[in-house]
Design a protein around this ligand. Structure first.
Ligand code: DC
Length: 230
């Protein structure tokens, strides 16, 4: 089973998706970390982010290995480095690049074949897994999201100005919502959850009940369900 969780930056997707996966006994796939990994590699290797051909060649050449708690690019662990504000600031051309997206979506589908997954990102329910059994669109007001981002950065020892974070986030939202391929949009069959004023635990419990309702309705309509047979 695939559960997709899409939504804008800072809606709490990563934290709650990871916890939801643990509660369900599913694996967790953070697809944003893949776009971050390619961006980190481009910066590390001085590749011009505005050169689409160079970016495509880079993405094709990289070996990205992802587990729940580690992310390696060509054997180098970059799990902390990909959260650097410099990576976040430069991710646009990577996420906008149709061929890079194609490579990463392919990798996401390959990974998710291995078991039950909670897949988190922007285009999981629309592009990567349009057939997913359960789709959730997680959102929150821009102000709540920016406050959370500032708190997250502080936890990692990075001091950030709220107004700058809000402005960068608004710009990233616009870019995420308007890119030609893989834009952030709600799948028509997604359940929308607004996380403003909800604790992490409340969000996780709400998502869990959405998934369990979905599982119940799938088994009700399954031709193998004995109660549906005469
Ligand atoms: O969720 P995040 O902030 O780690 O994502 C980093 C960037 O990657 C974000 O600006 C949008 C992009 N992204 C994407 O385009 N598609 C995805 N499935 C996941 C992330």
């Amino acid at each position: 089973m695939i559960v997709t969780i899409d939504g804008p930056a800072g809606a709490g997707k990563s934290t709650v998706s990871r916890l939801l996966a643990r509660e369900l006994g599913f694996r967790f796939l953070d697809t944003g970390s893949m776009y971050r990994a390619v961006t980190w590699a481009a910066l590390d290797r001085n590749i011009d982010l505005n050169d689409p051909k160079a970016l495509a060649e880079l993405a094709e050449s990289l070996t990205i290995t992802l587990t729940e708690n580690s992310l390696q690019v060509d054997g180098v662990d970059v799990i902390d480095r990909i959260r650097d504000p410099q990576v976040t600031r430069n991710i646009g051309p990577v996420a906008d690049h149709p061929h890079v997206r194609w490579i990463l979506v392919h990798l996401q589908r390959t990974i998710a074949r291995e078991g039950n997954y909670v897949c988190e990102g922007r285009d999981q329910g629309t592009v990567a897994f349009p057939e997913a059994e359960c789709k959730i669109f997680l959102t929150a007001s821009p102000e709540h999201r920016a406050r959370r981002r500032v708190a997250d950065l502080a936890k990692r020892g990075v001091e950030a100005d709220y107004q700058c974070v809000l402005e960068e986030q608004n710009a990233r939202d616009r870019r995420d919502e308007t890119r030609a391929v893989g834009r952030l949009e709600q799948a028509p069959d997604a359940v929308v959850v607004n996380t403003d004023n909800l604790s992490i635990d409340e969000v996780v419990q709400r998502l869990k009940s959405i998934v369990l309702d979905k599982v119940a309705s799938i088994s009700e309509h399954s031709p193998l369900d004995s109660s549906a047979q005469t």
